[in-house]
Design a protein around this ligand. Structure first.
Ligand code: B12
Length: 254
């Protein structure tokens, strides 16, 4: 069964596949997975390495494009994997988003996912947490993105990674342009968001506020301002990440 799913991954551009029995998934801040798929027994976690050329480019469009392309691949694959599991094993399967859609209601307000893919990846033997609060894979290091499928098919967990892959070099902390990693074991989401997603919701709200009480001339000016054009573009291209510093500086497993 694991072999069939691993082969599916290999044929579809997946770089790493891991399995976690639901009892081994421990993520205190995210909901009970049983509320996502009643009777869920396991999580299949897929890992995709990110392109070095994309991550390291000085050109922001190139960095974004690599992630955008990867996100469309992982989204498609996730649906196909869930369908493959349902058709092949006559069980239920549900695809988990790589990032969006997120629950935007309080208290999480888009900062807590339905399933924590980092905790799922650790439970599925795909890596360990590093000082940057990201999961380090033994082969691909930090340059890896995850998705997952939930299923009511019973599968044993893969063995956990035992090695301490983070050498506490602190490069991620020192290089973070947002200073979002200063407190150990916690990423400051607001600090990170301002730099990693400047055209996200926070940016759109701040820009929208400029229209309150503005004169018609000023409104016209705001609508042709490059800042508005950036926000407009971001609203339909999605997954618009500007910063990848904590991923690129990490020397683990490279
Ligand atoms: C919301 C979100 C964010 C928020 C963070 C909110 C938060 N506190 O987690 C913001 C916008 C800041 C963010 C930033 C980034 N993100 Co993000 N994000 C997510 C998302 C959608 C949900 C995460 C979530 O639910 N967190 C809430 C709960 C689960 O977190 P928590 O329990 O509080 O756990 C935190 C700490 O306790 C700590 N932690 C928990 N256990 C342990 C154990 C040890 C030993 C240590 C040291 C730490 C630790 O880690 C967590 C980080 O704060 C996930 C996708 C997903 N579905 O999981 C991607 C995800 C986590 N992001 C990812 C990435 C790559 C990024 C960025 C690099 C941006 C980018 N360019 O892509 C930065 C990295 C910032 C960083 N170094 O932490 C990847 C991580 C891949 C990996 N290799 O680990 C994910 C898994 C997306 C994916 N599909 O792969 N993200």
């Amino acid at each position: 069964m694991k072999e069939a799913i691993r082969n599916f991954g290999r044929d579809n551009g997946v770089d790493a596949v891991g399995f976690a029995a639901i009892g081994d998934y421990h993520s205190p801040r995210t909901p009970d997975p049983g509320t996502l798929l009643p009777g869920v027994k396991s999580i299949v976690v897929l890992g995709y390495r990110e392109l070095d050329g994309g991550l390291e480019s000085e050109n922001k469009q190139i960095r974004m494009m690599s992630r955008l392309a990867l996100m469309s691949l992982v989204t498609r694959n996730n649906y196909l994997l869930a369908k493959f599991i349902e058709d092949r094993f006559r069980v239920k399967a549900a695809a988990i988003a790589p990032s969006y859609p997120l629950n935007m209601t309080a208290p999480g307000m888009g900062l807590v996912a339905d399933l924590s893919l980092r905790h799922a990846a650790v439970a599925a033997g795909l890596g360990v947490f590093g000082r940057h609060n990201l999961v380090i894979h033994p082969r691909y290091g930090t340059r890896i993105i995850f998705t997952a499928c939930l299923t009511d098919l019973a599968i044993d967990s893969d063995p956990p990674v035992q090695d301490e892959l983070c050498n506490q070099c602190n490069l991620c902390v020192e290089s973070c342009p947002a200073k979002a990693l200063d407190e150990e074991g916690k990423t400051d989401p607001m600090k990170c968001l301002r730099v990693s997603q400047p055209n996200g919701i926070g940016g759109a709200i701040a820009y929208g506020k400029k229209f309150i009480g503005a004169t018609p001339e000023s409104m016209k000016e705001q609508l042709v301002n490059p800042r508005f054009l950036e926000l407009y573009q971001a609203s339909f291209i999605g997954f618009e990440y500007h910063c990848f510093k904590c991923e690129t500086v990490c020397p683990a497993c490279r």
